[in-house]
Write a protein that binds this ligand. Structure first.
Ligand SMILES: Nc1ncnc2c1ncn2[C@@H]1O[C@H](COP(=O)(O)OP(=O)(O)O)[C@@H](O)[C@H]1O
Ligand SMILES: [Mg+2]
Length: 372
């Protein structure tokens, strides 16, 4: 039983046993063949010799048969021993070649399970084992990235929570100490921080759902023109308050979209809201929509603060803000574009940002397939 377990658990033994089986089959089949073939060969040979030499060689034949068989047995024995010794050597060698990378990977995977995500194994050669080592490393890399993102997310969330909380706290302390007057302006500042926290929590919920690919979409045929007009009208008062001009340049006869109208509105409000937020008073924002073969492109173009090239690649990342202090004043947490991108991708489309540079405006474009 114990022996069977050892055999089952060790590749080296399995390999050795398989070599041994081949040796045994080889030796046994050689012995059996020799047993049948040799006597008749000797008989034929001796019969010829008997005729040639004209004598009775019956006695000699028995002796010859016996000694040939003896010699054959010796040969088989020596060959079997040599083959077995070779099997031991070869299986040890091959096992070491196979087992040591596997053992290395086993140990590395245990270290990864213990949270050491920088663990990698050495990839040598081009066989299946090195392929396995390669994909092992790939997996470790992905795990490390996921872990890094998780850590960063927690750090970001903590950071986002800290500012409103500490400002609420200082107002409260001021109230308790009588330094701040207990009047509506004081309470309003607390209220606005609380709303900011609520928005943040709401955005975080959306973000986690979006990143898990769990934003439920209620797809329907949506009239593109109506959709854009409705979103623009919702924001118009804010544009007027800030004295930023909002214009729509929609191609006539825009085809209908298959989309979740509420989610698409959310994206449009987000892009237009950003354009408003990052465009100084007196500026202009245009929403441009046109259809191409199979797609609709909706662009939100502003002549505001623009985005430097080194930031362009990052603004869709969560919590990424070009100017942290400015966005904070505007209440943004840097999640809006991340969520918008997820929503657009869930519709089979894509969103991109371009800007000639700081203070030269930006354009955000959504491209959606018509037959989605
Ligand atoms: N129209 C725009 N013009 C200039 N910068 C923009 C514009 N839209 C977005 N950005 C930049 O991208 C960042 C991320 O945008 P977003 O995800 O909506 O977060 P926020 O909550 O800060 O608005 C913003 O902080 C801003 O730096
Ligand atoms: Mg925003």
């Amino acid at each position: 039983m114990k022996l069977m377990n050892t055999l089952r658990q060790r590749i080296g033994w399995k390999l050795f046993i398989s070599y041994l089986i081949i040796i045994v089959v080889g030796v046994v089949s050689l012995a059996i063949t020799a047993e049948f073939v040799t006597p008749s060969a000797i008989d034929r040979h001796m019969a010829g010799m008997t005729v040639m030499m004209g004598g009775n060689m019956g006695g000699m034949m028995g002796d010859l048969n016996e000694s040939v068989r003896q010699a054959l047995n010796d040969i088989l024995l020596i060959a079997a021993l040599a083959a077995t010794a070779t099997a031991v050597l070869v299986s040890t060698f091959v096992t070491r070649r196979i087992v040591s990378p596997i053992e290395e990977m086993t140990q590395a995977s245990q270290r990864i399970a213990d949270g050491r995500y920088d663990e990698r194994v050495l990839v040598t050669g081009e066989d299946e084992l090195s392929e396995l080592a390669g994909s092992f490393n790939q997996m470790a890399h992905t795990l490390a990235q996921t872990e890094e993102r998780r850590r960063q997310l927690i750090g970001d969330v903590a950071h986002e929570l800290r500012t409103p909380l500490s400002s609420i706290r200082s107002v409260m302390e001021g109230l308790v100490d009588g330094v701040l007057p207990a009047e509506s302006a004081t309470f309003l500042s607390v209220q606005s921080e609380v709303s900011r926290l609520q928005r943040l929590v709401h955005d975080l919920e959306e973000l986690s759902r979006a990143e898990a690919g769990q934003i439920p979409l209620e797809m329907e045929l949506v009239d593109t023109t109506t959709l854009i007009h409705a979103a623009a009208e919702r924001l118009r008062p804010q544009f007027e308050d800030k004295n930023v001009q909002l214009s729509l340049e929609l191609a006539p006869d825009l085809p209908k979209l298959r989309a979740d109208s509420e989610r698409m509105t959310q994206v449009l409000l987000n892009l237009m809201g950003n354009a408003l937020q990052y465009t100084p008073a007196g500026g202009e924002v245009a929403v441009i929509a046109r259809a191409e073969t199979g797609t609709i492109t909706i662009s939100v173009q502003d002549n505001g603060i623009g985005i430097a090239p080194e930031h362009l690649d990052h603004i869709f990342e969560r919590f990424y803000r070009v100017d942290k202090s400015r966005s904070r004043a505007g209440g943004g947490s840097g999640i809006g574009l991340t969520i918008s991108e997820h929503i657009i991708e869930a519709h089979g489309g894509s969103v991109s940002a371009t800007s000639p540079g700081p203070n030269q405006g930006s354009t955000f474009s959504i491209t959606l397939p018509l037959d989605y």
